[in-house]
Every structure is written in C-alpha cells, then in structure tokens.
Design a protein around this ligand. Structure first.
Ligand code: ZN
Ligand code: ZN
Length: 351
C-alpha cells in the first residue's frame, strides 16, 4: 500500500488540494470508492448485497447526464433500499443491467418515482416492467412522477400487452399486465407534497427549477426533487435542476443529498454559443436548455450548505470531459460554499 492509498476517503475528500493532486495523478473517484470504509462502497457480486443489509442504503445505478450510451456510466437511476426493500428513483437506460450488477432483485421493486420525464430518466421503464411480468410478478407496482406519468405508464402497458397476448396464449400465463402497473401524477409545488407513504418510508416532493418559467408557461410538464424519510435515514434526490430554493427546503438537514452537477466550463461553453447567436436566448434551443437548467458546482455547494446536509453525492455529471471528468473542478466549486463530506458518484457505488 503506498502513501496515497493510506489516506482515508474522508481525509482525501476534506482537502481540495488532495482531490486536485489525485486527479492530476490520474487517480479517479473510483479509487475513493474502493478505499471507502462506510459510505461510498462499491455494490455488486462478491460484496454484501444492499438488499441483505439492515437500515437504509443507497445504490447509484446510473450517474451520467443526458440521453446517450457509454460503457462507464448508465443513464440516471438511484435505488434506495430500506430494510431490504428496493425503491427506485428514475430509470434511465442501463438501469436494469445495473440492478443485476448491484445484486438488487428487480422483481422486488414495487414503487418507482420519476423526478421528471426526460428520456434519460425513463428509457429503461418498459424493459423493467416487461421483465417483471415475464419473471412472474403478480403484485401491482406503482409509478409516481410529475404530470404525464400516468399517461406514460398506460403507453408502456400497451407496449407490454403485445408480448402479453402471445405469452398468455402460448405459455398459459394468467396475470393481466394492465392490472400490474399503475401510474400516478404527482403535484409539483413550492411546498412539499406527499408522494406516498408505506410502513418503511415517507416520500415527499417539491418542484425544482429544471424547466424555466418561459417553458412552464407553455406546457403542463413539471420537474421535481424527492425526499425519502425512513426510520434510519433521510435521502434527497435533486432531480435535474438549477439552483432551487424549494429544493433547499426539501433537503433541510438530510443525511444524504444526491445532487446533479454540471461543470462551470460546460455552462461557459453553452453561454459562449448563446453570445455568438443572441437569438438563442429568445427561442428554444439545446444551448439555452443546458445553460439555464442545470447546476454548476457553486450552485450545488450553495444548496448543500444552505440545507445543512450531512453528505453530498454528486450525480448526473454533465461535463465537457464527458463521463471521465476529473473530480477537481467539480469539488473546487462545491468547496467554495460547502465544507461537509462530498462523494463523486460512480455507477454501482453503495452509500
Ligand atoms: Zn437528465
Ligand atoms: Zn432532464
């Protein structure tokens, strides 16, 4: 073991210089995860299954930002496992595969919450639901999210029904797909509303700032941040968002705050594009969307500090460097405002 690996993760994360030094030497956040004792352990085969542990565990199933496929990070999804029962927040492409990689039984998922319905948060839902039915599931599953969730789930049921008709005739299956999957639209407001409550968790949500005012005025779609409170832990997932006062209130005092992040260079690049063509700000465009609707490291640090969260986990990494972004520029911005513990999220990290 060399001198660097003798650092505890906590010590490394406390020091911006430490992070910068490690990043410069090519040691990435995955090493922090592997060194971790406690929060930030990798989940997966050969390691304790989160579902077998008491208390509340978080497993990051997908940590990339935006629609796309790469081999390092899956699209966004987070599992929150309470006394062995998994709940899912978002379900982007790669979620189903990473549930298997993380030793989480997809058949046991009974409740899914969507922060919003951009496809990088929903693409694997048809795969998950159809696999649950062909896997023999007969108990209903509830899916919650902003306006449009109920309609999206109905459409997925229609998709599943074609396969269902064949297998019902050919394999003698009896469970009716339309009885299994129920979508529920959740209100998005500045005050926290109940999403659902059961014997293990209470889940609440607020509207965040992923959709700007001029877009909200033209559509019924909304975006939310969600909070899970169990007996042992409180976990908040920001969803995609710019700085949000509502989110700060929702995350107040949380044990774990999982927040999206976009590096400053990425925002600067999109703003530069806007500067060269100012008409972009007058119309809908990808450049404007990216520049306006995500959080820079400083935004994330401010929210974490104002909410006084105990642990900040950086997620949905949107950077010029793609999915292999060095940690230093992200952590440095956060550190201007937040001095607590920070983890750079990786797929299959258990927290
Ligand atoms: Zn997204
Ligand atoms: Zn989004």
């Amino acid at each position: 073991m060399n001198a660097k690996t003798q650092h505890t993760r906590r010590n490394i994360l406390k020091s911006t210089l430490g992070i910068a030094g490690l990043a410069a030497s090519g040691i990435t956040s995955r090493v922090f995860a592997q060194q971790a004792r406690g929060p930030g352990r990798p989940a997966g085969p050969g390691r304790p299954a989160a579902a077998a542990l008491p208390g509340t565990q978080v497993v990051l199933l997908g940590t990339r930002a935006g629609p796309g496929v790469d081999l390092k990070r899956a699209e966004t999804s987070t599992a929150i496992i309470v006394d062995g029962t998994p709940y899912l927040v978002d379900c982007g492409y790669g979620t189903v595969r990473n549930l298997t990689a993380g030793n989480i039984n997809a058949q046991r998922i009974e409740k899914i919450v969507f922060t919003h319905l951009h496809n990088d948060h929903t693409t694997d839902v048809p795969a998950l639901l159809s696999l649950q039915w062909t896997g023999g599931r007969t108990k209903p599953i509830d899916l919650y999210g902003p306006h449009g969730t109920e309609r999206m789930v109905r459409a997925i049921v229609e998709y599943c029904k074609v396969d269902g008709e064949i297998r019902t005739v050919d394999e003698g299956r009896t469970a009716r797909i339309e009885d299994l999957y129920k979508g529920h639209d959740v209100e998005a407001t500045s005050k926290a509303v109940d999403v659902f409550k059961d014997e293990r968790v209470s889940v609440t949500a607020v509207q965040n700032t992923h959709y700007p005012e001029h877009s909200l005025a033209q559509m019924p779609h909304r975006s939310i941040g969600v909070r899970f409170d169990s007996k042992t832990r409180s976990v908040v997932v920001s969803g995609d968002t710019n700085y949000s006062k509502n989110l700060v209130s929702l995350a107040s005092g949380a044990d774990v705050f999982i927040c999206e992040i976009m590096d400053q260079a990425t925002r600067d690049r999109w703003l530069e594009q806007v500067k060269q063509d100012p008409s972009v700000m007058q119309r809908a465009s990808v450049a404007r969307h990216v520049a306006e609707t995500h959080s820079t490291p400083e935004d994330v640090g401010r929210m974490a500090a104002e909410a006084k969260v105990k642990l900040l986990v950086l997620n949905h990494l949107l950077t010029n460097a793609g999915t292999t972004s060095p940690a230093a520029p992200l952590i440095e911005g956060v550190r201007k405002f937040y001095s607590g513990e920070v983890i750079l999220g990786e797929d299959l990290m258990m927290i």
